[in-house]
Design a protein around this ligand. Structure first.
Ligand SMILES: Cc1ncc(COP(=O)(O)O)c(C=O)c1O
Length: 427
């Protein structure tokens, strides 16, 4: 990156030459805020309020129930799914937007276990000990009900864990705590070699890094609508199945919306073809309308190089942040938990500190730099300050300003003020 010294002037010059800089105008971001938490909740696209108003006032208000047919409500889960497909290397018709990531994972993981049950020796799910808790809780439930074992290992123990008693390898592609990214293609190849299926959680990947599910040879994937896809709080999630499994799928939540003919009202369940059979109940049209607008903010980059260009900028931003932290925050007790290796990094950078991470983040938020906090665990004993860099609306100068504010918080000792110790329910 041609940026030495790393000054605010140079950062502004880079932003001035950035072909993606105009994409920020798609968002309603409060003045004076540097938003580094799009990895948790993406910001509001300017188009969303109008679209929601249209859905409420015209489609629901005037069209009433006819809007299922006349306003395209019926097809929205697939239409939105097709937009997501463009971001994750899936084909049209292979992705459906529905439910939450947790519920989709339950359905997908269960379907994968049903396929794997053909070989009764395969009695384990392998995952990482530090995987996102909901993934582990869902897997625990399925293992309990089916008499299977959930084998949790550290990242560097995965190779050894892929044995012939494993039914499914279930991983989150980009780690929510550290931003570390797996080599999906290599792990899929290894897993298939050992005869197991792969299930991927793309919560921190879709819209954040280029994903190519087909090229990687993945089997199943789920992901989240409210993070990098900017779909709004509690937005519908999505799921994908490799079509090679289409004929063997049996999912557990066989609601009428996943029926081949929901409005035939037959007594017996007949699954809809392909990924549509993974739907369960009536979709949230308001949620899908908002997610559709969020996806448009990413697809607006397609003419500018798409996810490849967004990735290039994201790496420039995360590299800059790490370099500035090393340059300006030496001696303040921070360590960088995110890999320096660009091929192993998502679109966030996590800093750890032995004490005070919560208070430091609160002091930073008060100054308009919004990241978030994650408590340490058995492996990461120190608490984490997370900073997400969404290249759609973050620039190099934002990165510089964020580190400058962090430097001021530390130099002044402001974070030690008692009010910053006050904990909130959502971190
Ligand atoms: C990796 C991962 N999976 C799943 C989720 C959330 O799932 P849900 O949308 O069901 O709450 C999160 C939320 O932060 C996450 O980080």
């Amino acid at each position: 990156m041609p940026l030495t010294p790393r000054t605010l002037n140079n950062c502004e010059a880079l932003d001035g030459q950035d072909p993606l800089a105009g994409l920020r105008a798609q968002f309603s971001l409060p003045e004076g805020v540097i938003y580094l938490d799009g990895n948790s909740l993406g910001p509001l696209p300017l188009a969303t309020p109008g679209r929601i108003a249209q859905t409420l006032n015209e489609e629901w208000g005037k069209g009433l129930i006819t809007s299922w047919n006349t306003a395209g409500w019926l097809d929205l889960p697939q239409q939105v799914g097709d937009k997501i497909a463009r971001l994750i290397g899936a084909h049209p018709g292979e992705v459906v937007a529905a439910d939450s990531t947790s519920i989709n994972l339950y359905k997908i993981l269960s379907a994968a276990l049903n396929i794997a049950a053909d070989d009764p020796r395969r009695t384990a799910i392998v995952s990482e000990r530090g995987n996102f808790p909901t993934d582990l809780y869902i897997a625990q439930s399925l293992c309990r009900d089916r008499g299977l074992t959930l084998h949790l290992v550290e990242r560097d123990e995965l190779d050894a864990a892929l044995r012939d008693d494993v039914a499914v390898l279930m991983l989150t592609h980009v780690d929510y705590r550290t931003g570390t990214m797996h080599d999906m293609a290599a792990l899929c190849a290894q897993a298939h070699e050992a005869g197991m299926l792969t299930v991927w959680d793309l919560a921190h990947s879709a819209g954040a890094v280029p994903v190519d599910l087909h090229a990687a040879g993945a089997d199943f994937a789920v992901g989240c609508g409210y993070k990098y896809l900017n779909g709004g709080p509690g937005a519908p999630a999505f799921l994908w199945m490799n079509p090679r499994h289409a004929d063997r799928i049996r999912q557990p939540l066989t609601g009428w919306w996943g029926h081949a003919a929901p409005f035939a009202f037959t007594t017996d369940y007949i699954p809809a073809a392909g990924v549509n059979g993974f739907q369960s109940g009536t979709p949230s049209i308001l949620g899908l309308a908002a997610l559709d607008c969020g996806l448009d903010t990413l697809l607006a980059a397609e003419g500018l190089g798409g996810m490849v260009a967004l990735r290039r900028k994201s790496l420039a931003l995360t590299s800059l942040f790490m370099a500035l932290v090393q340059e300006r925050l030496q001696g303040h007790g921070f360590a960088i938990a995110t890999p320096a290796d660009e091929t192993r990094r998502g679109s966030q950078v996590s800093l750890t500190r032995a004490e005070g991470a919560w208070a430091i983040m609160q002091a930073l938020i008060e100054r308009g730099v919004i990241g978030d906090f994650r408590a340490g665990d058995g492996k990461h004993q120190h608490d984490i300050l997370r900073f997400g860099f969404a290249p759609l609306y973050i620039g190099h100068a934002d990165v510089w300003q964020a580190v400058d504010q962090l430097h001021q918080v530390m130099q002044s000792g402001q974070w030690r003020e008692a009010r910053f110790a006050q904990r909130h329910a959502v971190t």
